[in-house]
Design a protein around this ligand. Structure first.
Ligand code: HEM
Length: 517
């Protein structure tokens, strides 16, 4: 047999018997100096790392992003100096598409948002765009994230996902209505990963060479088209396969049928836009496309599968703080919270040196840091010619030094004046876009939405059911009437409900409340 494929231990010792432990005589007892056996089993005992607290199941692939160099008809340099968007620039990338709530081996047909996380290995270091397939989210302040996820995760006692708990929380969270109207419609179960959209969801900024900033939102549109499933389609697939979406993506790439997504960007001036009936930093809202036209900026092609699930999927780590020059945060209150959470959980889940792993480290920029030590550190980011004794900065003895300040490093963006506070944003407007989305649906989609709401909300308490119907009336009469009818609740039953203490109704919402039904 060829020596090239010879089995060894991790110490490099050849293994000449992988079937039998070392024992005293053929029938035992076993000996403790049995290095090969102990190494094999004790490594196996540690094969799993904690699964992601959310998005535990996902599929990873690799590919490229090719930039058009334009935002629609205009040169993109007018708006961002990010090199990844320069004309014809091709950038390597990794993508992880995921479900949110289930564990690592859960079904991919779940009614659940899908994660859409892309890591661009740019020449300026990595850029992560960590989004979802629905374009919006349940909440607008990061402090509520553990609560919304606890309500959606299995009950801590029965370990079963309970609609009664989900709608208990959502009924007290009016900003979730827009997301719920999407999630419980057929869009809530994408047919697979290749046929779904992706969105950055949160509002980011672009910065140009002059330091001028714009607010932007990112949208990925699949060239394969968008397809969804009903509960019945999903149940049929789930009966035979829990991983149909991962398989579909893997098979397509293996057979050379490379999936592609076009990246579009919406843009607005960088201020609070008092003329709009929503806040541009509110991730429960979409920006109307007729006013803020999404314009094409490039195309992503996926052309390679992982070599190893653990190394490239379990250990890949994305974060909203991972940005490059020309791309920036906005003050979106979710975005700042997310930015803390991702690297925090990854230091726990993968380890403090998670950025040394090949899938996470930059490919086209060289890390040169003074970080040292920590579990599983296996190299140091030493620069060519750096004095290895100097792991601090500043120094006169040949250590790392700061990069030269680019002309573009001046202060930029609008000036912000405010006092420390804990307050809701003024323009919550929680119902208008949910109602609009419902009106835009085709008849069969509305039927499906109402059926799904009734089936799930009927498991909640009567108090929660009434509050949900009240919210739906504020979104759109037909939605309130039809879900109410399915639950045996009329407009008279909910007319007297007072607004929640955690909400502020605008004039239009107060008018709808007065004319309820
Ligand atoms: C994964 C936190 C909101 C998209 C995660 C993880 C955490 C987290 C802790 C696990 C990361 C890991 O173990 O590597 C949060 C917090 C949020 C928030 C605190 C709100 C304050 C969102 C939103 C989106 C989103 C609004 C969509 C736009 C994702 C995606 C992943 C993820 C796609 C999976 C990344 C991967 O595939 O590895 N999030 N998240 N998250 N989150 Fe969030």
């Amino acid at each position: 047999m060829s020596d090239e494929r010879r089995l060894t231990t991790r110490q490099g010792h050849p293994v000449y018997d992988n079937q039998n432990q070392r024992t005293v005589g053929a029938r035992g007892p076993a000996t403790l100096e049995n290095y090969h056996f102990l190494e094999k089993v004790s490594h196996f005992d540690r094969e799993r790392i904690p699964e992601r607290v959310v998005h535990a199941r996902g599929a990873v692939a690799f590919g490229t992003f090719e930039a058009t160099g334009r935002w629609g008809d205009e040169p993109i340099e007018r708006f961002t100096r990010a090199k990844v968007f320069k004309t014809g620039k091709v950038t390597d990338l990794a993508i992880r598409l995921s479900t949110v709530i289930g564990g690592r081996d859960s079904s991919e047909t779940a009614r659940d948002p899908r994660g859409f996380a892309v890591k661009f290995y740019t020449e300026d270091g990595n850029w992560d765009l960590v989004g979802n397939n629905l374009g919006i989210f349940f909440i607008r302040d990061a402090i509520k994230f553990p609560d919304v996820i606890h309500s959606l995760k299995p009950d801590p006692v029965t370990f079963r996902q309970e609609p009664a708990r989900i709608f208990d929380f959502m009924s007290q969270t009016p900003e979730s209505m827009h997301m719920l109207v999407n999630l419980f419609s057929p869009r809530g179960i994408p047919a697979d990963y290749r046929h779904m959209q992706g969105f950055g969801v949160n509002t980011y900024k672009w910065v140009n060479a002059e330091g001028e900033t714009k607010l932007v939102k990112y949208h990925w549109l699949p060239q394969q088209g968008v397809k969804s499933m009903t509960e019945e389609d999903a149940a049929n697939i789930q009966a035979g396969d829990l991983g149909h979406a991962s398989k579909d993506l893997y098979d397509a790439i293996e057979s050379g049928d490379y999936p592609k997504w076009d990246l579009y960007v919406q843009m607005m001036d960088d201020h609070d836009h008092p003329e709009l009936d929503f806040d541009p930093l509110d991730d429960t809202k979409v920006w109307p496309e007729e006013v803020f036209e999404p314009k094409h900026v490039g195309t992503m092609t996926l052309n390679r599968n992982v070599d190893d699930h653990h190394n490239q999927n379990e250990q890949i780590a994305f974060g909203t703080g991972v940005l490059v020059d020309g791309l920036d945060f906005s003050d979106d209150k979710m975005l700042v919270g997310r930015t803390f959470s991702y690297s925090d959980t990854q230091r726990y889940r993968v380890g403090p040196n998670y950025l040394q792993l090949p899938v996470n480290s930059p490919k086209h920029a060289r890390p040169q840091t003074n970080q040292r030590g920590g579990e599983m550190s296996y190299h140091i980011d030493l620069a060519d010619g750096q004095n290895p004794h100097v792991n601090y900065e500043p120094s006169t003895m040949g250590g790392l030094h700061e990069a030269a300040k680019p002309a573009s490093s001046q202060a930029y963006g609008p000036e912000i004046v405010g006092r420390l506070t804990r307050e809701r944003i003024p323009r919550t407007n929680d119902y208008a876009q949910a109602g609009e989305r419902f009106r835009l649906m085709e008849d069969w989609e509305r039927d499906d939405l109402v059926k799904n709401f009734v089936a799930n909300i009927s498991e909640a308490t009567r108090e929660v059911q009434e509050r949900m119907v009240w919210h739906f009336f504020l979104c759109e009469d037909e939605l309130g009437e039809r879900v109410g009818e399915g639950l045996g609740i009329t407009v008279d039953d909910v007319r007297g409900l007072a607004p929640l203490e955690t909400q502020t109704l605008n004039e239009e919402e107060l008018r709808r409340l007065e004319n309820l039904g």
